[in-house]
Design a binder for this molecule. Structure first.
Ligand code: FES
Length: 280
């Protein structure tokens, strides 16, 4: 209790049965947001705190865009309730350290898979604005789940689609897209990969032999988002980091993905029980 502001949902677009986009009016957040940052939303006063990467922001319109995948109780509730005309009860952010968009990076591959496609977009755009040659590599399960192709084509110098079923672009994973991009562009100096943890790990293993700097955006379980609870602890090299305040972007070649997978599994029974209670 105690939060008085609320934030109107202006538009919603459904990309699949479980993935949807909402555009929210929040001029202050839109003004402050930078690529790579995230917000924590509460749908109502008793709602769970849900961390979501900022997929886009429009400073002129005063809006931010979030892309949500309904995988658990709270995101399923968002899927049911987040419609134009309704409001988000509370929103904290922008949180996390903005992505390092260095003008030293001359050629970058921006890789997005699944839900990571939306948050890689503002990074790709920022690299383009900083003068880099941007190669987009996007992975979808199938061509009928594709979204934002035109947005990416507008900012990418080269663009590769990969689909699991071969219905568009390369028949295969984003790692094959990365290999193809590196073959064509051996002077790539950075790769940024956002998507499911398994995908991000595969991307780091693909680039490791080439010695190309590879940044990933980690999505551990978060609670407060301000460095106090320790829930988002990740191992990066020899250091323990908190993804919410030290990240979420980290050097993918240093990340201990096995530890991340273990921690992501930790509350699966509770998550399943909450989902069952909600469905019942
Ligand atoms: Fe609590 Fe990061 S979410 S410390």
């Amino acid at each position: 209790k105690g939060v008085t502001a609320s934030f109107p949902i202006l538009t919603r677009t459904d990309f699949s049965k479980s993935t949807f986009l909402i555009e929210i009016e929040h001029p202050v957040m839109a003004k402050a947001a930078k690529p790579g940052q995230f917000v924590i939303v509460m749908l109502h006063d008793l709602g769970e705190r849900i961390p979501l990467t900022i997929a886009d922001f429009d400073r002129e319109k005063g809006t931010i865009t979030l892309v949500v995948q309904a995988v658990g109780k709270s995101t399923r509730e968002m899927q049911l309730l987040c419609r134009p005309g309704r409001e988000i009860y509370a929103m904290l952010g922008p949180l996390g350290i903005p992505s390092d968009i260095s003008s030293k990076t001359k050629k970058v591959i921006c890789v997005g898979g699944g839900l990571g496609i939306a948050p890689i977009y503002p990074q790709a755009r920022a690299f383009k604005e900083a003068g880099a040659h941007v190669i987009g590599v996007l992975g979808f399960r199938s061509s009928n789940l594709m979204f934002w192709e035109e947005k990416f084509r507008a900012i990418c110098d080269d663009f590769i689609i990969c689909t699991d079923d071969g219905s568009a672009g390369i028949h295969g994973l984003v790692t094959q897209g990365i290999e193809a991009a590196i073959r064509e562009n051996p002077d790539v100096d950075e790769v940024v990969a956002i998507g499911p943890p398994v995908m991000m790990r595969a991307c780091t293993e693909t680039t490791r032999p080439y010695g190309i700097k590879t940044m990933v955006s980690l999505n551990p379980i978060m609670v407060d988002g301000t460095g106090m609870c320790g829930g988002c602890r990740v191992k990066v090299g020899d250091a323990i980091k908190f993804a919410c305040v030290d990240g979420p972007d980290f050097d993918g070649h240093q990340v201990d993905f096995d530890d991340l997978f273990t921690r992501l599994q930790r509350y699966r029974p509770e998550e399943a029980a909450a989902m069952k209670r909600y469905s019942d």
